[in-house]
Design a protein around this ligand. Structure first.
Ligand code: NAD
Length: 433
């Protein structure tokens, strides 16, 4: 990135870090400027189309009623129905949901699937809710946002703290209220009730595919490449396993319970087996010859070729970006790198494959789930994986080529590509009335 842009970004950082929606708007403005987008188009893209706030009364197990606040934001439907997950978290705010909805618009546009962006959230602490309370909360929230959503309007999915079981309840409630099967109203369901085979592994698989692609562009092979993975949940564990199976040496992994390091490469299948049988599904307590326990944060600064942050947002910061040794960072998580750290990584010549490209495998297979639900025609896992790989490789190539042409980072290139596709759709459709 040019120094001038780094400066603008760095200045914007402090103002935006506290507010993700401000951060989204800043990113859109910066990429829009590079693209030469008119202020009119920028104003449309910066602002969500619809913001719905709902009050959700839930009868708790002890008989009293608690009223939760929920949101559904539809950022853009210009390229297709809105698409994006639902988050259950005490820190959910309307600005966070607006930002996440906007990033979904960009993510769907980068991989060029026919969806816009949406996102939902409920301000709650799911760890404090019983299963019955969680189910009543989910069903009432579904009923309250139902007038705005639907297979051709807006299709939710899982996000932080929402699972296939919650998606099953969501679909069942919509079906009961509409009086007809509503499989295509939500993705991320269990396979027995319309979920797509391969959905669970899709995000980690996408991470593996873009890692292969970036290595190939640098004239390197996956075999023998040293990798560290932060986060050993859905995204991190699958990415680690698939990279291991492709011949990479996964030398470090970490989860909330700590980190593990083996300079000769960890036995990832054995570690997964261990985690599956450990009560909290954590890596703590695993031991094997050559493996040492390290503090979780050390996994980010290990001497590796590729770092995959696949835990939470805001992990690579101004504080640790200077110590990151990996030449390539593949963002499995959403927003793992703060804008300030991004500037540092860029100045140090690190290649960052940005989240809206690197972790798009999940939404791509959600798209396949929706297509299968609409057609009542289900694919096997091989078909899913082949089509996922095609889309991820094409998207990577589009972003890489644009970055070379415009001499910008992959993050800026991905944002420019996404914005140009959204802007083109707005221009072609025109403004009603
Ligand atoms: P998950 O809950 O299954 O796993 C998260 C992992 O991160 C866990 O292993 C947890 O122990 C670990 N972790 C949390 N804090 C940590 C810390 N401080 N240090 C090290 N490890 C820590 O979640 P997930 O579905 O794998 O999602 C991970 C990230 O990927 C999130 O940012 C999510 O938004 C993003 N993402 C997920 C998908 C998907 O399909 N699951 C799709 C796109 C993006």
């Amino acid at each position: 990135m040019a120094q001038k842009d780094s400066g603008v970004l760095a200045q914007a950082v402090q103002a935006v870090e506290a507010n993700p929606y401000e951060m989204f708007k800043t990113q859109v403005r910066l990429a829009g400027k590079k693209l030469g987008l008119s202020p009119d188009l920028l104003a449309i893209i910066e602002t969500p189309e619809r913001v719905l706030e709902v009050a959700i009364p839930v009868r708790m197990d002890d008989g009293h009623i608690e009223v939760f606040t929920g949101y559904r934001v539809q950022h853009s439907s210009v390229r297709g129905p809105c698409k994006g997950g639902i988050r259950y978290h005490p820190a959910v705010t309307v600005d966070e949901v607006k930002a996440l909805a906007g990033w979904m618009t960009l993510k769907c546009a980068v991989v060029d699937i026919p969806f816009g962006g949406g996102k939902g959230g409920i301000v709650c602490d799911p760890t404090k809710l019983s299963e019955g309370e969680l189910e009543r909360l989910t069903r009432r929230y579904t009923a309250m946002i139902l007038p705005l959503i639907g297979p051709n309007r807006d299709i939710p999915a899982p996000d932080v703290n929402t699972t296939a079981k919650i998606m099953n309840w969501f679909m069942d409630t919509a079906t009961a209220l509409r009086g007809e099967p509503m499989y295509a109203i939500v993705t991320g369901k269990d396979v027995a009730v319309g979920g797509a085979r391969g959905r669970r592994e899709a995000t980690g698989r996408g991470v593996m595919i873009v890692t292969q692609e970036v290595l190939a562009r640098l004239g390197k092979r996956v075999e023998g490449i040293r990798v560290a993975v932060q986060g050993f949940g859905n995204v991190g564990s699958v990415a680690a396993l698939l990279l291991h199976q492709s011949g990479a040496k996964v030398v470090g992994v970490a989860d909330i319970s700590g980190g593990l390091y083996n300079p000769n490469g960890l036995n990832i299948p054995e570690l997964l087996e261990y985690v599956e049988h450990s009560p909290k599904r954590l890596i703590a307590g695993y031991s094997a010859p050559g493996v040492s326990a390290i503090p979780a944060e050390e996994v980010l600064t290990l001497d590796v070729d590729v770092l995959v942050p696949a835990a939470l947002e805001g992990q690579i910061t101004e504080r640790n970006a200077g110590q990151i040794k990996a030449k390539i960072i593949v963002e499995g998580a959403n927003g793992p790198t703060t804008p300030e750290a991004d500037v540092i990584l860029e100045e140090r010549g690190r290649i960052v494959v940005p989240d809206i490209l690197a972790n798009a495998g999940g939404v791509v297979v959600s798209y396949f789930e929706w297509v299968q639900n609409l057609q009542y025609f289900y694919w096997d896992e091989t078909e899913t994986n082949v089509k996922l790989a095609q889309i991820m490789r094409r998207a990577f190539n589009d972003v890489w080529t644009l970055a070379q042409e415009k001499r910008v980072s992959l993050r800026i290139a991905a944002q420019i590509l996404a914005l140009s596709r959204v802007a083109e759709a707005i221009r072609l459709r025109g403004i009603f009335p």
